[in-house]
Design a protein around this ligand. Structure first.
Ligand code: AMP
Length: 375
């Protein structure tokens, strides 16, 4: 595949979404000599604070979208719940990377599961649950425990219910419907693993080391980079992410979230077609971060070397409790602290993160208490 002409220095990248992923992408873009223009419905998002231009308008505002498309050279998104129709409108007016099809697939858990299966990534057993009548046959096919999820707009554990007993199913269905739902087998995972893959406009792929993720209250708490896994399993995780980027014909970066079964099998769970929280460690532990890789792909530049020069542990700073760690982190040697500029420290909000850098190999050798001390 030939690479489109690269965006020249001084060009403008349009970013849909005003959150921290756009903020960190814009900071990477600035380092590469680009300007960014954020389009989002809410004013003063973290992304808006660091860019050259801002449009505050609804994703349905066609006039605002047309003006945005005229003002930028290429469009990307940092938030996968941007309506696919918004990206389709923009795609008629400006190059959009990733494209509408990748966004559409990743917005719907059923499409996503089918896509993963086609790409050769195994997934947990699943059944669509579109109506109340679908529930009993789905339960019979999947068994219990199982997880009932909305197919769209779920994140950080929202829009899902774990079913352990048959009598819980109806109430969960009533709470989550009328949205289309999916019933998944509950995966008794040994660990949660993810890998970030970048695919350039010329079809080249660069994959970061797979990481191990821990959640707290359904929100990512810690990422350990690299994942402490047998080499063959870690390689398989990277290969799955690369295969998904290729099959999606993605131009940009994606995260593939996976479950690791006790026997070493990896099951694909979710694709995020954008920079991802489990890749924040790349800002400090790699020569080129996931955000730089994303900007390079979107701008038609060659991808960078994704190799890791340090081991890393990343902790999210969530809500007031996370913010309370800030001054201590600033004074901790070997830790790179990041804040996103959010006005309010509401509980459950990701306000920043901190990454501890360690010598290569330290993660496998040191006790966890030592790795986390002061983080
Ligand atoms: P998701 O929104 O699909 O990323 O799910 C959020 C979190 O819920 C995951 O990171 C898991 O910790 C848990 N989870 C989701 N689906 C399953 C499943 N099928 N089996 C076990 N745990 C799950």
């Amino acid at each position: 595949m030939t690479r489109p002409a690269p965006l020249p220095p001084g060009g403008t990248i349009g970013i849909l979404g005003g959150g921290q992923l756009g903020r960190m992408s814009a900071m990477a873009a600035a380092r590469l000599g680009y300007r960014c223009h954020v389009f989002a419905p809410e004013p003063d998002g973290p992304g808006m604070q660091v860019v050259a231009a801002v449009t505050v308008a609804s994703y349905e505002d066609e006039a605002a979208l047309a003006a945005f498309a005229r003002a930028v050279d290429v469009v990307t998104f940092e938030f996968e719940n941007v309506p696919a129709a918004t990206l389709a409108t923009l795609a008629a007016l400006a190059p959009c990377r990733p494209g509408v099809e990748a966004l559409r697939i990743c917005q719907d858990r059923i499409e996503e599961k089918r896509f993963l299966e086609r790409a050769g990534v195994p997934v947990a057993p699943w059944r669509p649950v579109h109506t109340a009548a679908d529930l009993a046959p789905a339960l019979a096919a999947i068994g219990l425990p199982a997880v009932l999820k909305t197919t769209r707009l779920g994140y950080d554990g929202r829009g899902q219910a774990v079913l352990r007993r048959p009598e819980e199913a109806e109430a969960a269905f009533a709470r989550l419907s009328p949205k289309p739902l999916i019933l998944e087998g509950f995966v008794p995972f040994a660990a949660e693993v993810s890998a970030i893959a970048a695919r350039g406009a010329d079809g080249t792929v660069a994959v970061y080391d797979a990481v191990e993720n821990r959640h707290r209250d359904h929100i990512l708490d810690l990422s350990f980079a690299p994942a402490r896994l047998p080499a063959a399993v870690a390689e398989a995780a990277r290969r799955h992410a690369a295969r998904v980027a290729e099959a999606l014909e993605l131009v940009g970066v994606l995260a593939l979230e996976m479950f690791l079964l006790p026997d070493g099998t990896l099951l694909g769970n979710e694709i995020a077609p954008r920079p991802h929280n489990s890749g924040h460690w790349t800002l400090d532990a790699c020569l080129a971060s996931q955000f730089e890789q994303h900007v390079r792909a979107v701008a038609g530049l060659p991808l960078a070397d994704p190799s890791r020069h340090h081991d890393a542990v990343m902790r999210n700073l969530v809500g007031p409790e996370g913010l309370a760690r800030w001054s201590g982190l600033l004074a901790t040697p070997g830790v790179a602290p990041h804040l996103y500029g959010k006005a309010e420290a509401r509980p459950g909000r990701k306000l920043g993160h901190a990454t501890r850098l360690l010598p290569l190999g330290a993660l496998a050798e040191r006790a966890e208490a030592e790795l986390l001390h002061g983080l």
